[in-house]
Ligand binder design. Structure first.
Ligand SMILES: Nc1ncnc2c1ncn2[C@@H]1O[C@H](COP(=O)(O)OP(=O)(O)O)[C@@H](O)[C@H]1O
Ligand SMILES: [Mg+2]
Length: 255
């Protein structure tokens, strides 16, 4: 065991861990009726496996657009987009969808559950798509993990906002993603409910070891991450590390 560790350490020194997000000189320009709009400019960002990163900035600063590029849901107009070791610019839509289902979990502000499916079916869906024969048993375990064992057969409309977001979290974790992207996941929840969802999000991030990118308006939430990236007018204008004592002292309380 000792000898193996030494070997791995030597190797690690020779080949430093590759970033899970490696985005360089990214521009995103969308054409609207009024003409071309520059949404992202000069965005360069490296995130390493297991990190937690908050993205903050005023409304309209490009946070969601950046997340869409990281998820391969929006194509950069220019620049390098290397996510989970794959060149997203070179991939077809089908290949991007496959990379997403294999390695990326996404949580949106407005939950995005399928209304005609139960909680269990919503969580099992991505696993079924991926051809996983244990989709329902894995989904059942995840639903239990997010504390909704009693709500398995409920439809989204029969669940509170917080419960729906917990289902969405379970669904995002279903494929055991290496990268978890969350866009204001508590934006539609009251503070107390939001704090439960956030505890769960960080718990999943830590326990499953997924890299977390979290867009938020909430400074105390951002400070729970190891790193805070600030956006303004489509650019990254600050990138700061959060001291670990600050981070651990952040508790979400109802105000
Ligand atoms: N499909 C689109 N076409 C044109 N402009 C868009 C489109 N989507 C977003 N935008 C614009 O891009 C900018 C950044 O939006 P967004 O990424 O949603 O910001 P944030 O998430 O920080 O609020 C905004 O000015 C928004 O109006
Ligand atoms: Mg947004």
């Amino acid at each position: 065991m000792e000898a193996t560790n030494v070997h791995l350490e030597t190797k690690a020194t020779a080949e430093p861990t590759a970033p899970i997000i490696d985005v360089r000189d990214v521009e995103l320009t969308l054409t609207s009726r009024a003409g071309a709009v520059e949404i992202l400019r000069d965005v360069t960002l490296e995130v390493f496996p297991g990190q937690s990163v908050a993205i903050i900035g005023p409304s309209g600063s490009g946070k969601t657009s950046l997340l869409m590029v990281l998820a391969g849901l929006e194509r950069a107009t220019r620049g390098q987009v290397n996510i989970v070791g794959e060149d997203f610019a070179a991939k077809s839509e089908d290949e991007l969808a496959l990379a997403r289902s294999r390695d990326i979990g996404i949580v949106f502000q407005s939950f995005h559950l399928v209304p005609t499916m139960t909680a269990l079916e919503n969580v099992a869906l991505p696993l079924e798509f991926a051809g996983n024969r244990d989709a329902f048993s894995i989904a059942r375990d995840l639903i239990r993990e997010v504390g909704l064992a009693e709500r398995t057969e409920h439809f989204p409309a029969e669940l509170s906002g917080g419960e729906q977001q917990r289902v969405a979290l379970a669904r995002a974790m279903a494929g055991r993603p290496r990268l978890l992207l969350a866009d204001e996941p508590t934006g539609n929840l009251d503070r107390r409910t939001g704090s439960h969802v956030i505890e769960l999000l960080f718990d999943l991030h830590k326990r499953h070891g997924a890299t977390l990118v979290l867009i938020t308006h909430d400074d105390s939430l951002a400070a729970k991450c190891e790193r805070i990236i600030r956006m303004s007018d489509g650019r990254i204008v600050a990138d700061e590390r959060v001291a670990s004592d600050t981070r651990n002292n952040q508790t979400m309380v109802a105000r």
